[in-house]
Design a protein around this ligand. Structure first.
Ligand code: MRU
Length: 352
């Protein structure tokens, strides 16, 4: 399996996803600034993967501090910087806050060792969550389904088999996937560069389309289900995911096609009642005006570049999680799944 994050005794190596699929190069991160930069520039991306990278960033920050009076204050400041590297995916803040709460009471001299272990444990947990999501989601697909997916939700985004892509992988093994329509995912092409690449490596039949082709494919009855990942899921099921997801949900609803969201419970944020409260990251104009330095628009043209949109819960057929499948009304079904979940995104833990 592709490793988006590797660790040595004193550095974190990030597979530079901006260079894929042409080049497989790892960036060596030795301090929190390197990790923040890798997250913000999308060298590492995808909700669960940035959570894991963030905790490794906290480990690197702790190694740069020597035990003394201000140790915890200085580490707390680094924690806040890492947490705010990207605002939409709740996994980043959730992972950092959870580990931070666990680290309280640890001797300063032991903090670095603790944080490294915590990051490794989180990565392993996310891998296991992926396996359970895949097992829960695959049975929802009919044999030989032609599914459409958006953005990248595979190993690159999750450090495991993936969320939506994990369901597709498991479904393929069970004979439930006939083929996959891969949305290109403008403007940064996570679909064409990353998802198509992952599917081809697994020899799962995949066909790349541009984002504006989904409607006519659905009208021609060539899509049996849509399955996507999530960056944050609110208590009522409203779901933030890569820009373009909402449009697919509207299209699927109109054409009577099931629309599934697959995500670990670490992506569910019960503190937010509905999607209007989700912070949506806006990114730079040059991502739309050009690609890898080649202009695709007039220099200086105004650009609007939100990285995510919010799909209302009522357009989502089911939310596939590691603890089971939630259906409407999500206020009840998601709360029930989160019950007894030790790692919930709830106020007490978030701000501990
Ligand atoms: O901007 P990105 O590439 O980090 O956006 C990623 C997505 O929107 C994914 O669909 C989401 O994080 C789920 S990854 C399992």
């Amino acid at each position: 399996m592709i490793e988006p994050i590797r660790v040595t005794s004193d550095a974190v190596e990030i597979l530079d996803q901006r260079q894929l699929p042409e080049r497989r190069t790892y960036l060596s991160c030795t301090g929190p600034d390197d990790i923040i930069h890798a997250i913000q520039t999308l060298a590492v991306r995808g909700a669960p993967a940035i959570g894991v990278a963030g905790v490794y960033g906290l480990w690197l920050a702790s190694r740069k501090l020597t035990p003394r009076d201000k140790f915890w204050d200085e580490l707390a400041a680094e924690k806040e910087r890492i947490k705010s590297a990207r605002p939409t995916a709740v996994n980043l803040a959730w992972a950092i806050d959870r580990v931070w709460a666990q680290a309280q009471g640890i001797r300063q001299a032991d903090v670095a060792r603790f944080l490294k272990k915590a990051a490794e444990t989180l990565a392993e947990e996310e891998r296991q969550r992926n396996v359970r999501i895949a097992a829960n989601g695959a049975p929802l697909l009919l044999p030989q389904s032609r599914v459409l997916t958006h953005c990248n939700t595979g190993s690159l985004a999750t450090v495991g088999v993936g969320t939506a892509l994990g369901v597709i992988r498991e479904g393929f093994g069970q004979g439930r996937i006939g083929s996959v329509w891969v949305d290109e995912t403008r403007p940064l092409l996570q679909g064409s560069r990353l998802t198509a690449w992952e599917l081809m490596q697994d020899r799962i039949p995949a066909t790349l389309i541009t984002d504006n082709m989904a409607a006519s494919l659905m009208a021609q009855k060539r899509v049996d289900a849509v399955i996507v990942g999530a960056d944050r899921i609110c208590a009522n099921g409203d779901t933030a995911n890569k820009i373009g997801t909402y449009g697919l949900a509207v299209l699927a609803y109109y054409h009577g096609i099931p629309f599934y969201v697959a995500a670990p419970l670490s992506t569910v944020d019960l503190d937010l009642a509905h999607g209007s409260a989700i912070p949506i990251e806006e990114r730079g104009a040059d991502e739309v005006r050009s690609f890898r330095g080649v202009p695709v628009a007039p220099s200086g043209v105004y650009v609007y570049n939100p990285a995510f949109d919010v799909t209302p819960g009522h357009l989502i057929t089911a939310i596939i999680t590691d603890r089971g499948v939630a259906r409407r009304p999500y206020e009840l079904s998601l709360a029930a799944l989160m019950e007894n979940e030790p790692n919930t995104n709830r106020e007490g833990e978030r701000h501990a």
